[in-house]
Design a protein around this ligand. Structure first.
Ligand SMILES: Nc1nc2c(ncn2[C@@H]2O[C@H](COP(=O)(O)OP(=O)(O)OP(=O)(O)O)[C@@H](O)[C@H]2O)c(=O)[nH]1
Ligand SMILES: [Mg+2]
Length: 278
């Protein structure tokens, strides 16, 4: 769009030069404000209760988001990282650590996180595995307050048989899923991003249109992105006077494309390779 300034070509202005930035950058800065506040809110998490089966779970009202994935994928560690608490959920080197459905409230009992037992752990006795899987299935099928799954896969072993089954099942039931490729600190930055692209491609091939990100509980990569997704699913809105609501972001218009340079907010830098720990 051409705009006439009404000044001659040679006239100089005292104001700062205007720079075109994309509409996405404006949205990014608003979203990053939302994720930072959501992240802070997630720190309110408190242990609520553990249940061995669906009928013993906390009352099925409000909103909850559950962390699912293979045993040892890093679910409990991710809950500790996102809530900034060392031992809220029990993490362990020994696979099969989480054996109950564990609930955590977020400031009020109607917004909850859930740590699920892992699936696919071969060393669990067959009879026990069948019981666990039945309970997990019951929870996933019948839980009304379940607003979505955070599905974790170790970045070095993504899309194993059970993961694909879980993803296809969730898709068929129109259950929201956000995928985390965990332990991203185990790979250098280049290979980690390649793994992300590869899994995205695979999901696309399988027509599983789920969002996905890199994540590390160790070096905290991906916390804000995850907080933003979880806040959205848990109906977390900002209590500020502007009453910001993510759904209220309007479609881009041409006038949005030209903003003052000081409105540009830098995105978080990617984790440097020096942060990598074994
Ligand atoms: N390097 C690294 N190790 C991690 C990370 N997240 C988890 N781990 C390790 O992976 C192991 C399993 O982590 P948990 O969080 O207990 O895994 P889980 O998915 O809850 O396992 P179950 O409860 O058995 O289903 C532990 O030894 C963690 O320290 C990570 O981001 N980076
Ligand atoms: Mg666990």
């Amino acid at each position: 769009m051409h705009r006439s300034s009404g000044k001659s070509k040679n006239s100089k202005t005292a104001s700062a030069p205007r720079q075109k930035i994309s509409y996405e950058k404006k949205v990014d800065s608003v979203v990053s404000e939302y994720s930072a506040i959501a992240l802070n809110w997630l720190r309110k998490a408190e242990f609520l209760m553990s249940a061995p089966k669906l009928d013993l779970c906390v009352e099925d009202t409000g909103y909850e988001v559950a962390f699912a994935g293979r045993s040892n994928a890093g679910k409990s560690s991710a809950i500790n990282a996102i809530t900034n608490q060392k031992q809220l959920a029990r993490a362990s080197k020994k696979p099969g650590r989480t054996q109950m459905i564990n609930f955590f409230s977020l400031g009020n009992p109607n917004q909850r996180l859930v740590d699920l037992p892992g699936y696919g752990y071969a060393a669990v006795p067959e009879a026990m595995k069948i019981v666990w899987q039945k309970e997990l299935e019951n929870y996933l099928i019948h839980r009304q307050s379940l607003q979505g799954l955070i599905l974790l896969m170790d970045i070095r072993h993504p899309l194993q048989h059970f993961d694909v089954m879980m993803l296809e099942w969730a898709y068929s039931r129109q259950l929201f899923v956000h995928v985390l490729l965990t332990k991203s600190d185990k790979l250098n930055r280049g290979p980690a991003h390649q793994a992300l692209l590869d899994v995205k491609q695979e999901l696309k091939k399988m027509k599983l249109n789920f969002s996905i990100q890199l994540f590390s509980s160790l070096n905290k990569q991906g916390l804000e992105e995850l907080a933003s997704v979880m806040g959205g699913r848990l109906n977390f809105t900002l209590d500020n006077p502007t009453g910001f609501d993510l759904d209220s972001i309007p479609e881009a218009s041409e006038s949005d494309l030209e903003l003052e340079q000081n409105e540009i907010s830098e995105q978080q830098p990617l984790i440097s390779d020096s942060d990598k720990t074994e």
